[in-house]
Structures are given as C-alpha cells and as structure tokens.
Design a protein around this ligand. Structure first.
Ligand code: RNT
Ligand code: ZN
Length: 410
C-alpha cells in the first residue's frame, strides 16, 4: 500500500470519512459505457446513409472502428484502462448483421447474441437503445410523432423489438438492462401545430410500452433542441416527465439537454420522490454541442454529489453519452469514464456528516477546506487495487495502442 494513500486515509479519518467504505461502494458502481464513441455513431448496418437526427460528430482522428471486431478490440483496450466492472451501452444499429440488410423493424435478439457472449466473457452488463435516426424513414425529421401512420407504425415496431431484445439481454446476463428511448422529432421553424405531434407521440408510446418487459428499465430522454430542431422538440422535458410519471417509466436526464444555467444536479432530489429509477446521460455541453467528452467539472461534481448525498446510487443508472472524433476515440472513452468515476469517488469521500452538523459560516468554511482533501491519492489506490494504471500512467498505453492499432487502420 502506498505511503501517500495511508496518509490520505488518516486525513479522511480525521474528517470522519471511512475511505475503505467509499472504495467498496465505488467498486460496486457499474457505469454504462456508450459503444457509439468508438465509431462516431456509425453502426454496422449494411446500408449507411450517414449520421442523422441532428447529431453531429466532428473530427477525423485516425483509427475509427470499421467492423464489429475492431470496435470490440477498442472497447477491450478502453476497459483495460478503466477501474471497475461496468456495462456496455449498445444502439440498435450495432447489431452483428453479417453484411445482410436488416431493416430497423426486423432487428432480433439473434443479431445481438454475439454481443451478449462477448459481454459475458468480460463480465459486462448490457444496456440498449432503439435507433430512430440515420434512416430514410427519419430523414424528414419525424419518427414516432410522424403525420403518416405507416411511418409511426414502422418505428413503433422497431422500439417494441428493441425492448424485447433488452429483455433477453437481462435474462441472459442476469442483470437489469436499461432500454432508453430518444427520438429526433422536431422542427427548425414554427410548425403551426404542436399539440398534434405530441398527441401522436403519446399514442405511439402507449403502443410501445403496452407489454411490460421483465428485467428492463424503460427510460425516455428529452432534449432542449437539436440541430434542425431549434424551434420545436416534440419530446421535451415536460412531455416526458409527465409521460414517464403516468406510465411508471424511468426518466433519462442528459446533462447536455437543458438550458446551460439549469442544474441537472438539482433535479435529482426533485424527481426522486416520484421516480423509482432515473437514468443519467453524463455528458458535457459546450455552446451548441451537448456531447463533449466528460471531464471533472462542477456540473458533474454536483450531480455525483447529489446522487451520493441522497443515497440514490442504487436507483440511478449512470451512462456516458458523448462523441468526439477529433481525438483518439479509445482515449476519449477512458478520459470520460475515469473522470466520472473519480468524481463519484470524490462525492463518496465527502465529509457529509461533519458538513451537515456545522452551522452558520462554519459549513461554508469546512466545505472550502474539504476541497483540498487528497482525493487523487485514494483514486490511485483504487486504480492499483483494480489492476489498472493509476494517475497518468494509462496515457502511455493509450499511445502505444494508437501506434500499434489505430494508426494502421487506413
Ligand atoms: C441525443 C441523445 C441520445 C444520443 C444517443 C446516440 O441527443 O443524447 O442519447 O446521444 O442515443
Ligand atoms: Zn443522451
């Protein structure tokens, strides 16, 4: 055990914090890592028309995974540098389609069976997302709220099948599978009609969630605006908040999907009295983009702290959601996962009892003093115990992988 860690443990003990307990809790947290950072939300469908739904990935770092094997190789490398045991978050376009054209309303468990086997070997859980973008039937900007009944039916069928697949994930792996639904529906300019779109979305959702799926947490994700849906988003926060409550679904809060000064952290305790489960898309909004690589910043810190303070780790599903093609994609995963886990550790190490007891100026003063407690030393110890490089030690390995594998994918 490193000397630094022992000192840190003593220092935390003086503040009334049990470092070993914090480390045990951290080791039990399973974060869902998004597959789509590995290939710029491309997926493996036989016919690809490019990224849609107002999502944009910028950058051209070498080594984007082009096949399922390359993506798995990259994921394995990332997980070797991330402490703990986690989950993989798949989108429906990432099936093992074997080069065959499988339309969205035809996806079946068989197309994902090889992912389940792969996850089982690595001890990973598996979450799922229906994909309602990057498809000719979504090109005009509408899916589940589409004026055409035929188009709505097509997408309803897709999501129903995805929930079935998630149910199978859960039973195969013996761990709950989160199925999250985000749709791009919205308009660049005034549609004149708003209510009909929302009524149609509500009807589509009623059809989708009619049959309960065992072991599946169904979540719905709102958005403030997207590229091309600046004026109107059908699935807004209020819409899904109301729908999820009425229907008993989980709510997904993406940190990049709210007004910049709105605190997602504050929503935790506002929603917890009404929701059994919540899903967070941990992300970083920068100007118009909602999906920059996660780093340790105040937004993430406050969110982690709120979840931990309220004792809600067991009811919150934590997933990453961002895509950056301007840097090494494997490193982008590692940076985000390590940053988020380190933030959770910081929250777990907060001298909660001591701060809660303090009155008047003392609480603020102690909060400030607590900011210089040695989280980094505890984090390094956690990495060592989990068998991954501590500190900046992982960077060399990521570089080597870049040279050995990524740069050779031309
Ligand atoms: C889009 C949503 C959604 C997607 C992924 C790919 O704004 O955040 O979660 O990022 O489903
Ligand atoms: Zn999201």
């Amino acid at each position: 055990m490193a000397k630094g860690f022992e000192l840190a443990r003593e220092q935390y003990a003086e503040w009334g914090v049990d470092v070993e307990a914090a480390l045990r809790t951290l080791a039990s947290v399973r974060v869902s890592m998004h597959c789509w950072q590995g290939d710029d939300v491309g997926g493996f469908e036989a016919s690809q028309g490019g990224l849609g739904g107002g999502l944009a990935v910028t950058g051209n770092a070498p080594g984007k995974a082009r096949t399922i094997d390359e993506l798995r190789q990259d994921l394995e490398q990332a997980f070797r540098l991330i402490p703990g045991s986690h989950k993989l978050n798949l989108h429906a376009i990432y099936g093992d389609f074997g080069g065959r054209r499988v339309d969205r309303n035809e996806v079946r468990y068989e197309h994902f069976a090889s992912w389940v086997g792969w996850c089982r070997t690595l001890g990973l859980g598996l979450d799922f997302n229906a994909t309602l973008f990057s498809h000719p039937r979504a090109d005009d900007g509408w899916t589940l709220s589409h004026p055409s009944e035929e188009t709505r039916r097509f997408w309803i069928e897709h999501v129903q099948r995805c929930r079935e697949i998630a149910e199978r994930f859960a039973s195969e792996l013996g761990e709950r599978s989160v199925h999250n639904l985000w749709i791009p529906d919205g308009a660049k300019d005034d549609t004149v009609e708003r209510l009909p779109y929302r009524e149609r979305l509500r009807e589509s959702l009623d059809a989708i969630y009619e049959i309960p799926r065992t072991g599946v947490t169904d979540a719905v994700e709102s958005k403030l605006f997207g590229i091309g849906s600046e004026t109107f988003v059908v699935g807004s926060h209020e819409f899904y908040l109301a729908y999820a409550l009425r229907r008993g679904l989980a709510l997904c809060l993406d940190m990049g999907h709210f007004h910049p000064t709105e605190s997602v952290a504050d929503k935790v305790s506002a929603l917890a009295p009404f929701f059994g489960e919540l899903l967070f898309h941990v992300s970083r909004g920068v100007r118009w983009d909602s999906d920059h690589v996660v780093v340790v910043n105040d937004d993430v810190r406050l969110l982690a702290r709120e979840i931990v303070r309220a004792g809600l780790l067991g009811r919150c599903h934590l997933a990453l959601d961002y895509f950056d093609a301007s840097i090494n994609r494997v490193a982008a995963w590692v940076i985000g996962m390590r940053a988020f886990l380190r933030t959770l550790l910081e929250a777990l190490l907060e001298p909660r009892a001591r701060l809660a007891e303090a009155a008047g100026f003392e609480r603020l003063a102690l909060q400030e003093e607590a900011k210089s407690l040695p989280v980094g030393l505890v984090w390094d110890e956690h990495c060592e115990r989990m068998g991954v490089p501590p500190g900046a030690g992982w960077i060399e390995e990521a570089r080597a992988y870049e040279r050995r594998v990524l740069e050779r994918r031309a």
